[in-house]
Design a binder for this molecule. Structure first.
Ligand SMILES: [Zn+2]
Length: 232
């Protein structure tokens, strides 16, 4: 039902535009006789813009519809309007593309500023625990305090003397029970004799300044040693 109505409506549109074309052809060929004088250019411009200020009963409409000169001028003005509208649409499209491009550039600029080389740079830090006690259960207060910046740190830890060789888990925690891990890394020992050291990457950029603990846990020993850590 709906489909057939649509089809007939489209057919009516085609029929109407055909009539209009036939009429225009006759007018432009001078086969019609207009009544009254030609209206001014202003009126034709308003008509081309489909201005609502013009009443359909206006006799100048009837004249234009039948005058060869007025009709051809009206069609010209319509064409100009159409190309002007297309130009506006084109300009708007260019403007929005430019806006998107500018937004993208600004976005990358802002992101770029947030990750300046200063922030992504890895800071070399060394923590010397060689004199720190290795006796399990020793209180952190008795051990030396360690300070690290809130940056990406390549941390070399010189382990307490007589530490086991092997893999170590290094962690930065909120307390000395291993709770609230804010950063961690695993690394094997290097060194010889009684002196072992490990090097891990710790990303402390999002860590707030304050008091933490640096812990080292041997893969087999499993006992964690905590050292008071201050993050600046
Ligand atoms: Zn005329």
């Amino acid at each position: 039902m709906r489909l057939s109505w649509r089809r007939s409506s489209r057919a009516e549109d085609r029929f109407e535009s055909w009539i209009t074309e036939q009429h225009q052809r006759r007018v432009l060929a001078g086969e019609t006789t207009p009544s009254g004088p030609c209206p001014g250019e202003g009126f034709l411009r308003d008509l081309a813009r489909k201005s609502k200020s013009i009443a359909l009963s206006d006799p100048r409409i009837d004249h234009t519809a039948n005058c060869r000169n007025c009709m051809s001028r009206l069609l010209e003005l319509r064409g100009e309007n159409r190309s002007h509208r297309q130009q506006i649409a084109f300009t708007a499209a260019i403007a929005s593309c430019t806006l998107i491009a500018v937004s993208v550039v600004v976005f990358w600029y802002v992101i770029g500023r947030k990750t300046t080389p200063v922030n992504t740079a890895v800071v070399e830090e060394t923590v010397n625990l060689s004199d720190a006690g290795t006796v399990r259960g020793e209180q952190p207060g008795q051990l030396q305090s360690v300070e690290l910046p809130a940056k990406r740190v390549h941390l070399t830890i010189i382990l307490p003397r007589f530490s086991f060789a092997g893999q170590y888990l290094v962690a930065v925690t909120r307390d000395q029970n291993g709770n609230g891990v804010v950063a961690e890394g695993v690394a094997p020992t290097s060194g010889s004799g009684t002196q072992q050291k490990i090097a891990v990457d710790l990303d402390l950029r999002s860590v707030k300044a304050g008091a933490y603990f640096l812990s080292t846990t041997h893969e087999q020993d499993q006992a964690a040693y905590y050292y008071p850590l201050q993050i600046k």
